[in-house]
Ligand binder design. Structure first.
Ligand code: CUA
Length: 324
């Protein structure tokens, strides 16, 4: 792992060194030519100023010079193209044995689906160190973009198609805490780099790089509800983790969707004119099929589908109940 420089963040993947070398090559070529061209321009400005050269004396033709400035740049562009294209192919084609993790971008949360898991893990990506990982990406709504600066990967996440990136992390950032079923450490940041709506800037996730052993333990321990914690408290954590808070407040104020405060037990009116008392079944349906019933006055907003295990839905219901 190479530490951050003034220009670039830490190198944390096998792709990073090549990309950075290419970047610095182009950067220094640009610096040299900037100084040379600006230097020559200033020098000519002084040397041929009007009081020294009242009469213009335009130069004639010079074959050698013309051939030189035509072909010399080629010598610089050929390696730029060669290494750039080679690096591009390397970054685009994941190794066959890569671990595949599904990513689904939606307004405004990153959902991760680990192999064999039907449920989303929002906002937190855990990957093993030293193994190629391929992110198979799609979007539920609008254009997003998956960007982890330390890995030097960035790719659009497009509705209606799959795109992918791959990386192999070269340093550990976090450890898996088996007792609390939690990954802790100093994770990397995952950004969304396409403007995707009002809360675009909050569409962040953490990327934990753990040892392969910790990764296996994390996958094994993924689906159990935490023990000895009140369900409403678990729900409050899920509320934040799933970024429910970007649309639903808990203090009664209006955001993109209805506030959760005082929601449970209320007689709710819907856009289609029907009404229903907010109960467990209504909340469950609103999570799994948000478009089934749209609260009156919120027709302009579209809530994405949330794929969740039953115990998590129960926890969210308990949390909403606690906000009466
Ligand atoms: Cu998603 Cu910006």
């Amino acid at each position: 792992m190479k530490e951050a420089t003034v220009q670039l963040p830490r190198q944390m993947s096998t792709l990073a060194a090549d990309i950075d070398n290419m970047y610095y090559f182009i950067f220094w070529v640009s610096v040299v030519f900037f100084v040379a061209i600006m230097g020559a321009a200033i020098w000519f400005l002084i040397k041929y100023r009007r009081d020294k050269n009242p009469q213009s004396t335009p130069p004639g033709h010079h074959d050698v010079l013309e051939l030189f400035w035509t072909f010399a740049p080629l010598l610089l562009l050929i390696p730029m193209f060669h290494f750039g294209f080679r690096g591009y192919v390397q970054a685009m084609v994941a190794p066959d044995k890569a671990l595949e993790i599904r990513v689904r971008g939606k307004q405004w949360v990153w959902d991760f689906y680990y192999p064999g898991d039907t449920e989303a893990t929002p906002g937190e990506l855990v990957v093993p160190m030293g193994k190629p990982v391929k992110m198979q990406m799609s979007s539920l709504d609008v254009l997003h973009s998956f960007y982890v600066p330390e890995f030097r990967v960035k790719r659009d996440v497009v509705p209606g198609m799959y795109s992918s990136v791959w990386f192999q992390a070269t340093a550990i950032t976090s450890k898996y805490n088996k007792q609390e079923n939690k990954v802790e450490g100093e994770p990397l940041d995952l950004f969304c780099t396409e403007y995707c709506g009002t809360s675009h800037s909050q569409m962040l996730a953490k990327v934990h790089v753990v040892s392969p052993e910790d990764y296996a333990a994390f996958i094994a321990g993924k689906d159990v509800p935490p023990e000895g914690k009140p369900l409403a408290e678990v729900g409050a954590e899920l509320y934040k983790k799933n970024a429910c808070n970007t649309c639903h407040t808990v203090d009664g104020s209006k955001l993109v969707g209805p506030s959760f405060k005082g929601l449970f037990g209320r007689n709710e009116s819907f856009e289609d004119g029907s009404t229903q008392v907010v109960d467990e079944n209504y909340i469950r349906q609103s999570i799994l099929q948000p478009q089934a019933k749209i609260t009156k006055g919120f027709g302009g907003a579209t809530m994405p589908v949330f794929v969740m295990k039953d115990w998590k839905i129960d926890a969210l219901i308990e949390y909403i109940k606690s906000l009466k």
